[in-house]
Design a protein around this ligand. Structure first.
Ligand code: KIV
Length: 266
């Protein structure tokens, strides 16, 4: 089982092999993601919504990401481990961005960082790459910009917006990102960007023409039930399954059916 690195994903794109990426937030799930052969585990700031109960990703801190990175690091052996840079951990200054990304690599065990943004973050990306920190870009719907985007909507729908995304993708590739997440854009535009770039483009809500796909694990497992975007496919419905087990346990404790003889020391 070969460790997935930046070179592996580049090769996969060259060979036309799709890249499989999912989010992961802790050690037990990282082990399962490895067992399933997932190529990239993202400790996403989506953890703010699916694990910490916030209604956006904005309150997530560097310490939150760091904590979850450490847990994933202990369970991951094969996948590439990418850590999200949370809101305001890279915008204030390039020096702060390098210091924060460095913590995720040095203390969290991440092997790369992901940053949301277009041409405005090219300088930061260049500085991180020069500091030997691999960077994954993220354009299209960028949830950290929710207050300026005005909602979770499909991006790049008109010619001008589409061109802006193409320009951002090319500029980020030139700045040295090793892969790009493209979120919530029309499939024709995503396919065009994927063909245009030499680096892999990982889509979420961007159609089948991308070089790989990413989903939030809690969404695709049916653990996060608050809402379900169109692009999410539920591969399991774990919430009702877990709820059923919890209710059965409650009933059995109340009725003294648990613990039975088989769970009791004599
Ligand atoms: O935070 C996250 O989970 C993400 C993915 C949806 C790409 O950024």
């Amino acid at each position: 089982m070969n460790k997935v690195t930046t070179s592996t994903v580049r090769e996969m794109k060259k060979n036309g092999e799709k890249i499989v990426m999912l989010t992961g937030y802790d050690c037990p799930m990282a082990k399962m993601l490895n067992d399933a052969g997932i190529d990239i585990i993202l400790v996403g700031d989506s953890l703010g919504m699916v694990k910490l109960g916030f209604d956006s990703t904005l309150p997530v801190t560097l310490d939150d990401i760091l904590y979850h990175c450490k847990s994933v690091r202990r369970g991951n052996t094969r996948a590439m481990h990418v850590a999200d840079m949370p809101f305001m951990s890279y915008e204030v200054s390039v020096d702060e961005a390098i210091a924060n990304a460095g913590k995720l690599i040095k203390l969290g065990g991440a092997e790369a960082v992901k940053i949301e943004g277009g041409t405005e973050i090219v300088g930061t990306v260049t500085a991180l790459v020069n500091a030997k920190i691999p960077v994954m870009g993220h354009i299209g719907l960028t949830p950290q910009a929710i207050n300026t985007l005005g909602g979770y909507r499909v991006q790049g729908k008109n010619a001008m917006a589409a061109q802006k995304l193409v320009d951002a993708a090319v500029a980020l590739e030139t700045a040295g990102i090793f892969a790009l997440v493209l979120e919530c854009v029309p499939e024709a535009l995503a396919a065009e960007i994927s063909q245009r770039l030499a680096i892999p483009v990982i889509g979420i809500g961007a159609g089948v023409g991308c070089d790989g796909q990413v989903l939030v694990t809690d969404d695709m497992l049916g653990l996060f039930a608050e809402f379900k975007p169109k692009f999410v496919k539920r591969y399991a419905e774990l919430r009702p399954l877990i709820l059923g087990a919890l209710k059965q346990y409650t009933a059995e404790v109340k009725s003294k059916a648990f613990p039975g003889d088989e769970n009791t020391y004599k």
